[in-house]
Design a binder for this molecule. Structure first.
Ligand code: HEM
Length: 243
């Protein structure tokens, strides 16, 4: 039994200290406290300090950027699970995917989650871009974020293309053959680009491992870094219609 007058349980004190270090203010009662809360709270800090009410309506942004980000997170998590199973080898990849689909427990649902989220992300990113365009949200001061967004679109499409190759079925092999042959006809350094993409002169193991590394490491990392910059700019520029 605790002696009367002793402070709260150390665990409760520690938890409330952590809580206080994240959410530094209570519910804001005045405009001044509200502004200070938005500036010092990590989660609220991501949003602009002041925006017009009309600009944060879901019907305004359709949350298409938010949906794209949600699908990116879903893809990262389901992709991590797939990595426990998939082997990027031309001899094993195809059988691997078939086993995942027909034999492994939860294999089908994990694969389908990853696949459908990937299709979904391509669609939501295009729609988000259309929303930004039709509402003129690319205009000053948001040109920089439009440029970052354009690179994000390319990264999303490259992620989709590189993932398409990993099952190493007929679709994959011919997609990479056509894709790298197109690169060969680039006006400057075409054949060299194809050589670098394939890791040799023919479509084989070198190509599979290159696209695997691009798909699971390089492109997600580049995408994540660009998203952080994108969100930071959204916060700094304020939403369209914001102050
Ligand atoms: C992985 C892809 C992307 C993600 C995760 C993403 C995420 C977001 C989010 C969460 C917002 C806040 C407003 C909203 O939800 O609509 C936003 C705003 C914005 N995005 Fe994206 N975005 C992506 C791609 C793009 C693309 C392809 C473009 C254009 C080429 C773009 C341009 C913009 C601009 C200009 C804004 C500011 C709009 C405003 O203030 O109303 N984004 N983005």
């Amino acid at each position: 039994m605790r002696a009367s007058g002793a402070g709260p349980n150390p665990l409760v004190r520690f938890a409330s200290q952590i809580w206080g270090s994240i959410f530094r203010h209570g519910l804001p009662s005045t405009d001044k406290v509200a502004a200070r809360t938005a500036l010092t709270n990590f989660f609220l800090h991501i949003h602009p300090v002041r925006v017009k009410k009309s600009a944060i309506r879901v019907s305004y942004t359709l949350c298409l950027g938010g949906l794209s980000f949600f699908l990116f997170i879903l893809l990262t998590i389901s992709g991590l699970f797939l990595m426990f199973y998939y082997i990027p080898s031309v001899d094993q990849a195809y059988q691997n995917i078939k086993d995942l689909q027909f034999v492994e427990t939860f294999g089908l649902v994990t694969r389908n989650l990853h696949r459908w989220a990937a299709h979904g992300m391509v669609i939501t990113v295009w729609l988000h871009m259309a929303r930004v365009f039709y509402q003129g949200s690319y205009k000053p001061p948001r040109e920089f974020n439009w440029a970052i967004g354009s690179i994000l679109l390319v990264v999303t499409l490259l992620l989709s293309f590189s993932g398409y190759l990993l099952p190493w079925d007929q679709l994959a092999v011919w997609a990479i053959t056509v894709g790298t042959n197109m690169a060969k006809y680039a006006p400057i350094g075409g054949p060299y680009t194809r050589y670098v993409m394939l890791g040799g002169r023919t479509v084989g193991q070198g190509a599979l491992i290159r696209f695997y590394v691009l798909h699971v490491v390089a492109l997600p990392l580049i995408g994540f870094i660009l998203m952080v910059i994108h969100f930071w700019r959204v916060r700094k520029d304020g939403f369209t219609g914001g102050l």
